[in-house]
Design a binder for this molecule. Sequence first.
Ligand SMILES: Cc1cc2nc3c(=O)[nH]c(=O)nc-3n(C[C@H](O)[C@H](O)[C@H](O)COP(=O)(O)OP(=O)(O)OC[C@H]3O[C@@H](n4cnc5c(N)ncnc54)[C@H](O)[C@@H]3O)c2cc1C
Length: 286
Amino acid sequence: MNLSEYDISNPYPATLIKTERITPEDSKVEVRHLVLELPEGDFHFVEGQSIGVLAPGPHEFGNKHHLRLYSIASPRKGEAGKPNTFSLCVRRCFYIDEISGEMYPGKASNYLCDAKPGDVVQITGPYGAHFSVPADSKSNLLMVGVGTGIAPFRAFVRHIYEERGGWEGRVRLFYGAKTGTELLYMNDKVKDFTLYYDEKTFKAFEAVSPRPAFDLPPDVDRLLLDNRQEVWSLIQDPNTYVYVAGLQDVAEKFEKAMITMAGSEEAWRKLRTELVAQGRYSELLY
Ligand SMILES: Cc1cc2nc3c(=O)[nH]c(=O)nc-3n(C[C@H](O)[C@H](O)[C@H](O)COP(=O)(O)OP(=O)(O)OC[C@H]3O[C@@H](n4cnc5c(N)ncnc54)[C@H](O)[C@@H]3O)c2cc1C
């Protein structure tokens, strides 16, 4: 859906209550975990939804709004179980102007990363329901993400283990970042996901870029192929739900690995069509 089609007529004032850098200070990439609080009311969300952020102007070309979407990283009962709160995982973006060669900060992401506790951010939504949690807790969940694509999975995993009290099916997270320190919520600084390593049904697999100095994306396809037996048995199980999140590149890498496992592009297409038709394949890509 085009950004201009999102309903932004009813923005909510969200107060930033916490902002924390979750990549190390010496890392080239700045990603922040932001916790926002809403006035008590009717803002309800579920895992896998996104919110809109209206970055204040002035904007180029007379545009009234600069709207960007961010995945909610908290489960439905709020951040740390606190109602009316939710978190975001935001990467500070920069862009190189192709003509001048100059680097410019991305508007919404820099606005969010620069915000201080107490600042009020106008948000809209929530939008989408890309990822829904299966009703049957014996279902297997195969999650594949890169970078800030981890946000909806953080919400998801917290929901099933903390809010629903556990999960019986296999939960497998295949996650990648450029370097080990950029493995969000899993690096030495912030270890959110390690909380679940003790859960009998949860397992995380991590990939980093083959040569991070050259800014190559992480080898998620290699990671999936290295764990082919596990992944393929999950994909073929009619009780498995597949979720892919993050930059477009992650979907391409997932496809590449699946084509290899399926034996041909045609075989994978057929399987993928079945998964989609049965509501067992969801993507949240940007
Ligand atoms: C469903 C969804 C969920 C998302 N979830 C997350 C999330 O959880 N975390 C997250 O960090 N991001 C997320 N994003 C991405 C996010 O919405 C923004 O796209 C991102 O933060 C960049 O926005 P910005 O306003 O900072 O940059 P913008 O100012 O919008 O710049 C973005 C684009 O404008 C162009 N551009 C901007 N400035 C220049 C310039 N000076 N010269 C040339 N070109 C330029 C570039 O083409 C660039 O692609 C999500 C996106 C979607 C669609």
